[in-house]
Write a protein that binds this ligand. Structure first.
Ligand code: SF4
Length: 331
């Protein structure tokens, strides 16, 4: 069950004497966010809007949405980061999943006994890390937890940021991810090139995502080589507040023009194949917003992320692109 730190929300409302608030969170916890909004309205008699657009990460808060609604504060729920707040009107609120990993951790021992592993998770399962670590050690697994950096806590990853597992990759046999997210686990496998397992407590299943990640890498590399033949590029700046990278976009423009390519600049909030179909005369795109848009979706034309675009420039200069995704941060 998802537990939202509602006390923090109630305290902030009192402290700020807020007369209108907005709440948002990842799709999976929206029903819980709705319940919290209902409680706020009953308890304080103020409007509590659920901002139901996507919020994929702390890079995608939609604080502008809260401002348009006239709310003094946006409670962004479920993207636990090591920083308290990012903007004045935004309060980051923890939401943890209280499901236990005891059963699945014991299954993991059957598979990985005697090995050294890097234990890692997403925001929602951070409190279970120490308990699972203890069970695995008792079962004969040597456990490492890599250090956090920037917004990341120890043993925590985002979909594009992998510092803890990059720190441990040379001393472990495998990565073990706590949770259900193949999305995070595949990123870990791609960045570290190590066997990576998901310990899924809901299905009581241990599944390996290494092969799936290899397929993603092949697809990403194929897109780079297809883009190398393109003449006209569209470079897309993402309009989500934490994904706005105009400097990177302009750097790619300059570098591609040096290689004789023609570049048009675009800006989009949501970068989807449907939106790109409206744009004519472009052979390939580079988007400098979320790297996972390129690696995890299907597009009719090549749509490269930042690390893929860096690799493209190397291809155009006849340089090696080895290890272009084996970096701690894909931005
Ligand atoms: S850029 Fe994409 S992968 Fe990275 S944190 Fe934001 S939503 Fe997640």
């Amino acid at each position: 069950m998802i537990i939202i730190d509602e006390e923090k929300i109630f305290d902030e409302i009192k402290k700020r004497k807020a007369v209108s608030v907005t709440l948002n969170g990842p799709d999976g916890i929206l029903p819980k966010v709705q319940e919290t909004a209902t409680k706020i309205m009953k308890r304080f008699g103020i409007p509590a809007y659920v901002l139901a657009d996507t919020t994929w990460g702390s890079c995608d808060l939609n604080s502008a949405g809260a401002k348009v609604l006239g709310s003094e504060v946006l409670f962004n729920i479920g993207h636990t980061i090591s920083l308290e707040t990012l903007e004045k009107n935004v309060v980051m609120v923890d939401a943890f999943d209280d499901i236990t990993f005891d059963k699945i951790a014991r299954k993991c021992i059957d598979v990985l006994k005697g090995k050294t592993i890097s234990l890692v998770t997403d925001s929602q399962h951070l409190p279970q890390m120490d308990v699972v670590k203890e069970i695995l050690i008792q079962g004969g697994i040597n456990v490492k937890i890599g250090q956090g950096k920037g917004q990341l806590n120890d043993g925590q990853v985002f979909g594009c940021e992998f510092y803890p597992v990059m720190e441990t990759k040379d001393v472990v046999d495998a990565n073990v991810f706590l949770g259900q997210s193949n999305f995070h686990a595949a990123g870990i496998a791609l960045a570290t090139k190590k066997p990576t397992y998901v310990l899924d407590p809901y299905f009581n299943e241990i599944r390996e995502v290494t092969e799936f990640a290899q397929k993603m890498q092949k697809k990403a590399t194929l897109a780079i080589y297809k883009a190398a033949d393109a003449k006209i590029f569209g470079i897309i700046v993402g309009l989500k507040e934490g994904q706005l990278s105009k400097t990177t976009a302009l750097k790619f423009k300059k570098e591609l023009e040096k290689e004789g390519k023609i570049v048009q600049l675009f800006a989009l909030t949501d970068i989807t194949n449907d939106r790109l179909m409206n744009l004519k005369g472009i052979d390939a795109f580079i988007q400098v917003a979320c790297p996972r848009i390129s690696t995890d979706n299907q597009f009719d034309k090549p749509v490269l992320s930042t690390p893929q675009a860096n690799a493209l420039l190397k291809v155009l200069r006849n340089e090696s692109i080895d290890g272009y995704l084996q970096i701690p941060h894909w931005l």
